[in-house]
Write a protein that binds this ligand. Structure first.
Ligand code: DGL
Length: 353
């Protein structure tokens, strides 16, 4: 009798466990390095540490509570500080994420990443990975070894978001400091504190204690609605685009040097509303005539560059980056150049993405 009871109990426990595992979504955590995988000499080193040290399984084991949210497995795609990610790594990561979201048994993807170029990788995936499954990029401002490290809770929240069916079809996200940001809008605005990431248009929502609360959605094109697709991008380099930072007393040499290095477009990170010093305009027009697309962005973090305001863009054949900051304009310009060199078409893309 006892044996039958034990067998029945074991079977039912197995069923409960398998059902609960079955009831949870499957999330893959793709690790690339950064501070979230960083380690400092002591717990009081919140800003002095080495990034990209802790492997993905240790990151996951440090937050056992994520097992309550989803069936999670880790993949170590890279182990680098994000400022060192080049086109090669970016394209490879996009292909890996694209392969994962195509798998029927993957419901969402989390990417742990350095915060320095987190917004760039997120924006790129937002533009080239066709899926409605949640892709959530997450980092931390303090290393895992620091007092009040922000990585573990950021990772927990990122897994919660990636496992949340309500996050489907809303774009690629950055989850930092309880906020759910649209990849295209958010940027790192503070280089030392945990509330580093901000969007001038606000977060899409917030995630608290594993539950997401939504307050708006993006009207821009992304993921399934994008005309760009990683599956159509060959090789390990994008068309070369570079950025020149505007200030007083500008020289034209940086622009001509980049053109000589093979840049197919140059992002002018102008003062104010994408202003261009009058001694620089002839050089930019000469480069435009030579086939290097000039794109006016701004070094100012908020607002957007108004077409034909500071400069006669229609007359010069220049493009304005609208509200995209220089580093995001650089990525969209590179993708645009995989399809066209026509300034009007490129400008359309800057209005739509
Ligand atoms: N080296 C920086 C990076 O990997 C560290 C910053 C961070 O991850 O928060 O982006």
């Amino acid at each position: 009798m006892m044996k039958k009871t034990l067998t029945a109990l074991t079977l039912s426990l197995g069923l409960v466990l398998s059902f609960s595992s079955y009831a949870k979504n499957n999330v893959v955590v793709v690790a690339t390095g950064g501070t979230i995988a960083g380690a400092g000499a002591s717990s009081t080193n919140s800003a002095t540490y080495t990034a990209a040290k802790v492997p993905v399984d240790d990151l996951l084991n440090a937050v056992p509570q994520i097992k309550d949210l989803a069936n999670v497995r880790g993949v170590q795609a890279l182990q680098v500080a994000s400022e060192s990610i080049t086109d090669k790594e970016l394209l490879s990561l996009a292909r890996q994420v694209n392969d994962l979201v195509k798998k029927p048994d993957v419901n969402g993807v989390v990417i742990t990443h350095g915060t320095d170029t987190l917004e760039e990788t997120a924006f790129f995936l937002n533009l080239v990975v066709h899926t409605d499954k949640p892709i959530v990029l997450v980092g931390s401002m303090r290393p895992s070894t620091a007092l009040s490290a922000d990585g573990p809770l950021n990772l927990y929240s990122a897994v919660a978001l990636a496992a949340d069916d309500s996050a489907k079809g809303k774009g690629t996200f950055i989850l930092m400091n309880d906020s759910i940001f649209a990849a295209r809008d958010v940027s790192k605005t503070i280089n030392l504190h945990t509330n580093a990431f901000v969007s001038q248009w606000g977060a899409l929502g917030t995630l608290i204690e594993g539950k997401s609360y939504w307050f708006r959605q993006s009207v821009k094109r992304f993921n399934n609605r994008s005309e760009f697709n990683i599956e159509n991008i060959k090789g390990d380099a994008l068309p070369l685009v570079q950025i020149v930072y505007g200030s007083g007393n500008m020289l034209p040499d940086a622009y001509t040097a980049y053109a000589k290095a093979g840049a197919k477009a140059i992002i002018h990170a102008g003062t104010g509303n994408g202003s261009v010093a009058k001694n620089i305009v002839p050089t930019l027009n000469q480069l435009q005539q030579q086939g290097v697309q000039i794109i006016r962005s701004s070094r100012v973090p908020q607002g957007f560059v108004l077409r034909n305001a500071e400069q006669p863009d229609d007359k010069y054949g220049w493009v304005v980056a609208h509200d995209l900051n220089p580093q995001k304009a650089k990525l969209l310009a590179a993708l645009a150049l995989t399809k066209t060199k026509d300034a009007k078409e490129i400008q359309r893309m800057f209005w739509e993405y």
